[in-house]
Structures are given as C-alpha cells and as structure tokens.
Design a protein around this ligand. Structure first.
Ligand SMILES: Cc1cc2nc3c(=O)[nH]c(=O)nc-3n(C[C@H](O)[C@H](O)[C@H](O)COP(=O)(O)OP(=O)(O)OC[C@H]3O[C@@H](n4cnc5c(N)ncnc54)[C@H](O)[C@@H]3O)c2cc1C
Length: 258
C-alpha cells in the first residue's frame, strides 16, 4: 500500500473537494478498517474535513473470462466492462452504458437503471478476501450490505449482447443534466419520486451560491462552477425540510456525505 494525493475538486463527479492524501490498496494488503473506501467518487460529496480515505489500486482493475464465468476487479470502471461484453457478445451488461461508476461502487450502491440492477446479474463477490454468493448478501434499491471491501466479483456469462436495449438506455441519458453532479441527490421514497417532491416544494431550478437543483431533473444537485460543500448541504437540508413540512415524507440522501 502507498499514499497518493487525490484532488477531489477534479476527481469527484460533482467537482467538490480538495487535494487529499488517500491510501491506495494493492493485492494481498491487509485492509484497514478505519478508513472510508472511495470508488470512482460519482456518488460522493467530500467535505473540507473528510475521514481518512482509501482506494483500490490498479491491481484490482482486471477482467478475466474463463468458461462461463466473468471475474472482474472492483477498481474497474464499468464502461470498460461494457466494452468487453460488447466485444465478446456477452448479454446483461447493457445498462452499464453511461453510468459513471467503478465496479465496487456499483456493487455497494446496487446501482442500476429502471429494473436493471447489478445484483440481478451478479453471481458472487470477493469481500475482504472471502467469496460470498449473491443471495447471502442483503440488498435492495440502491443499497447492499457488503460489510467490507469488494475486491472482485463474478458474473455468469450468457451470450447475445442486446444493441436495441443499449440504444434505449442511452437515450434515457439524454434528458440527464450534463453539469457536474453526483447523480440523484435523494433516493426515491416508496411509491413516489424525489424529483417530483423537490419540484412540488418549489425547488426545481433553485440556486444557492453555485449549486442548484437542476431545471432538467430536480433530483440532480448540479455544480454551476464553484459550488461548495456548504452550499450543497444547504440545499439538501432545505429540500428535506420543505418536503417533510409539506408532505410528511423524509427524504433520504442517495449521495454519501463524507
Ligand atoms: C451523471 C451521473 C449519473 C448517474 N446515474 C446513475 C444511475 O442511473 N443509476 C445509479 O444507480 N446511479 C447513478 N449515479 C450514481 C453513481 O454513478 C453510482 O452510485 C455509482 O455506482 C457510484 O460508483 P463509484 O465507483 O463512483 O463509487 P463512489 O461514489 O466512490 O462510492 C459510492 C459508495 O460505494 C462504496 N464503495 C466503492 N467501492 C467499493 C468497494 N470496492 N467495496 C465496497 N464499497 C465500495 C463507497 O464506500 C461508497 O459508500 C449517477 C452519477 C452521476 C454523476
């Protein structure tokens, strides 16, 4: 293991943060339990005083196909898994398109689009050096209790990459804000949409400093240039308060606050 300075104002998708010393894990390292694991930082909001951080290094950016099992390292950007699946005509990975993520982050968030979620296609995960079958893990909408660091994952391979599904899912992305964000700010509450609620309390397009609930998609908190952690927190708190006051619904952040 070694330390590296990561500038979260450029590395994170929401472009908030500062240069921070991060411990990089290599294969066979003992995994510290007192550090927060960062993946691609597409779902994170980093404060000026984050906890100690770690990341998986290049040793975990691997992809191997053997018989009908695909084994992928959790530092792998999922766009590269999609390219591999396309090249080898493997089915099931179409929804990885334009979803910014490392494989580890995707597993921890059970990330997905519509009904397509990574746990639907997962076979097993190597957590802290021990292989665990999918059904032994508790998971649901945008969460999975991994209880450790996902190092690698296995998928059962079926053939027949679906290009029309790929096109359909890519089209969905066209309505998404292009400005820096961390994806959806809040999880959708049961039988409702966080975006609808944010709009209903008058916060669609609402700007504070350089942060804004996007006009295109109210549940995307976007950075207009020099947005700060404090401005983002102000808007998250405001939306939670208004939605609670007007609808009695508690919005839960999907973004992780560090
Ligand atoms: C423009 C945009 C669009 C998005 N669209 C979607 C979407 O359609 N669907 C969706 O589900 N999400 C979406 N997101 C959110 C984000 O892409 C996902 O949550 C993604 O899976 C985060 O992955 P990451 O590698 O960036 O993880 P990070 O943001 O770095 O971390 C997220 C969580 O995963 C944990 N984690 C990371 N790696 C590991 C590991 N190896 N082992 C254990 N835990 C780990 C972290 O500790 C943290 O709790 C979007 C984000 C953006 C910016």
């Amino acid at each position: 293991m070694y330390f590296k300075s990561v500038d979260f104002s450029t590395y994170s998708s929401i472009k908030i943060g500062q240069p921070t010393k991060v411990l990089i894990l290599e294969r066979d390292d003992d995994i510290p339990t007192d550090r927060y694991l960062v993946g691609g930082a597409n779902n994170l909001l980093i404060s000026p005083t984050p906890p100690p951080l770690m990341m998986l290094g290049k040793d975990f950016a691997t992809i191997d196909l053997e018989d009908t099992i695909l084994t992928v390292g959790c530092a792998m950007p999922i766009g590269r898994i999609l390219s591999f699946a396309k090249r080898r005509n493997i089915a099931g990975f179409e929804f990885f398109a334009k979803l910014p993520s490392s494989l580890g982050g995707m597993l921890a968030m059970n990330a997905g689009v519509k009904n397509y979620e990574v746990f639907n296609i997962l076979h097993s995960v190597n957590i802290d050096g021990r292989w665990i079958e999918r059904d032994e893990i508790e998971y649901g909408y945008r969460y999975a209790r991994l209880k450790g660091v996902a190092l690698e994952a296995r998928f059962k391979v079926e053939y027949g990459f679906n290009y029309s599904l790929l096109d359909e899912l890519i089209k969905l992305r066209n309505n998404q804000p292009k400005k820096p964000s961390a994806g959806s700010a809040f999880k959708n509450p049961q039988d409702d949409y966080a975006g609808r609620l944010i709009e209903a309390v008058g916060l669609k397009g609402y700007r504070y400093g350089d942060m804004e609930f996007s006009n295109l998609h109210s549940n995307f908190l976007v950075n207009l240039g020099n947005g700060s952690f404090e401005e983002a927190i102000h808007l998250l708190k405001l939306a939670k308060k208004r939605v609670a006051d007007e609808f009695g619904i508690t919005l839960e952040e999907e973004i992780k606050l560090l």
